[in-house]
Structure formats: C-alpha cells, structure tokens
Design a protein around this ligand. Structure first.
Ligand code: PEP
Length: 256
C-alpha cells in the first residue's frame, strides 16, 4: 500500500436476494471502521442497485455496476447504459471482468469502448485484467497483461491521457473463486509491472495516483499481507464479499 487511499470493493456477481443485499449494505455501513481511511464499494446485480442506493450512500459506500453497454441509449435489447447506472446512484462500473471475457466472449476492444463511454459520462471504470493458469505456466503473464492494458485502454492511449480516477483490478484468472490466492509477492510483481506500464505511457504523476486492486480469493486471512505490498492499493473481492462476517474484516483491515 503506497500513499494512495485503499479501496475495498465487493463484487456480488449474480448472488444474494434483494433483502439480503439491503441487509448486507446496512451491516457493512453499521460496522465499518468510523474513520474514512479506506474507501468501500459494492457492486450488486443491476436489479438491486436502486434499492440499496440510500443505504449505501448513508454508509459512505460507493455503488458500482458489474457491467454496462457502450452506447448511451438505443435498440440494444437486454442491455443497460452508463447513464441508467448513474440514474440509480452508481459512481463506478466494473468492466472486462474475466467472467465477462471468458464466458461472454468480451474482447479488450469492447472493454475499451465501454471504458471510453464510462469516462465520457463521468462513471469511474474499474478495468479488470489478468492471465489464465496456462498463460502463467507458459511464462506469458507480462505479455498478456500488457496486451490487455493496450487493448482495453486504447482510447486513453490515443488521447495520450489516462484519467487519474481510473481503477485497474489485477485478477489472475486462476485465483478467482478457486481459493488459490496469488502470493503477495506474485501480486506485487504484476502490480509493479502495471504501474510501470502506466508511467511509461502516461507519465509518473499519473501512475503514482492510479489505484491498482488485487482480486482473486481475497479473505480476512490474507488481506493484510496483500495490503503490505507497495503497489497493491486495495482488493476486488468476490466470494468473501457476500457475507458481513467475511467482508467486514477485509473492509476493516487497517483497524484489525
Ligand atoms: C472476482 O470475481 O472479482 C473475485 C476476485 O472473486 P473471488 O474473490 O471469489 O476469487
């Protein structure tokens, strides 16, 4: 953890019921450390966003969606635009999660269109990147990460400018939902590479401010060790964010 404010983000994926979601936001709001030293964010399913909005805002919890379409409106049956997300209180949107890439065939080129659309309307993108197990074992991790950064942030490269509020989430695919966490050293190595790439393309002042989250089987047991690393600025948490018992100790890692 460097000088950047840590961010703990919960990605609820397609889980929980509406009442469980409201209860969880309330429990996190009531029991999170009183200081504002850590930013907290939750990304509920689309249909819960409006319902948890008030509770989240009262609890100083940022609200994020898990995906969006790159157009503002139009004939895109089944899709949700960034403006619609803002209408229900979202300030952030997760883009290019590995499940979207691997299950729904989302390519970096599409992620880039979404990042561009989000930034244009003032939504903060949380851009996910990460290598598969095969890619890591073939020692292609850095090549894959570089390719995903170049592909997903094309519009920033074209403008020669990366908004400093942009958040990158490094999530090795082999660590997501598997119980197999990257060691703090493995994660730090990739985070440092990502920060170096940002510095090279957009300058050191920008790279010094961009928050890079780690995601992949983060738990109350490993959060502190991960957060000791200089380039790990927070966590994107899946499974452990679904229960107050496991999410709260992660949110309150500084106080523990
Ligand atoms: C995720 O899907 O973003 C994630 C990190 O999941 P988990 O914490 O369950 O590995």
């Amino acid at each position: 953890m460097g000088s950047r404010k840590p961010l703990i983000a919960g990605n609820w994926k397609m889980n929980l019921t509406l009442s469980q979601a409201v209860e969880l936001v309330n429990a996190v709001g009531t029991n999170r450390a009183k200081s504002d030293d850590v930013d907290v964010l939750v990304a509920p399913p689309f249909t819960f966003l409006g319902a948890v909005r008030q509770e989240a805002s009262a609890a100083r919890i940022f609200l994020s969606a898990q995906n969006m379409h790159f157009e503002i409106k139009g004939a895109y049956t089944g899709e949700i635009s960034g403006r619609m997300l803002q209408d229900v209180g979202c300030t952030h949107v997760i883009l290019g999660h590995s499940e979207r890439r691997s299950i729904f065939g989302e390519k970096s080129q599409t992620v880039d269109l979404k990042v561009k659309a989000a930034v244009m309307i003032g939504l903060i993108p949380i851009v996910c990147i990460g290598e598969s197990l095969e890619e890591r074992e073939a020692e292609k991790t850095f090549e894959i990460i570089k390719g995903q950064l170049e592909g997903s942030l094309q519009n920033f490269l074209a403008d020669d400018k990366m908004p400093r509020s942009t958040i990158i989430a490094y999530e090795p695919v082999w660590a997501i939902g598997t119980g197999r966490t990257a060691t703090p050293g493995q994660a730090q190595e990739v985070h440092a590479f990502i920060r170096g790439w940002i510095a090279e393309k957009f300058g050191k002042p920008t790279s010094d401010e961009i928050r890079i989250l780690y995601g992949g089987s983060v738990t109350p047991a490993n959060i502190k060790d991960l957060m000791r690393e200089p380039d790990i600025d927070g966590a994107l948490v899946g499974g452990a964010s679904l229960k107050a018992d496991t999410f709260l100790p992660i949110v309150n890692f500084l106080a523990a």
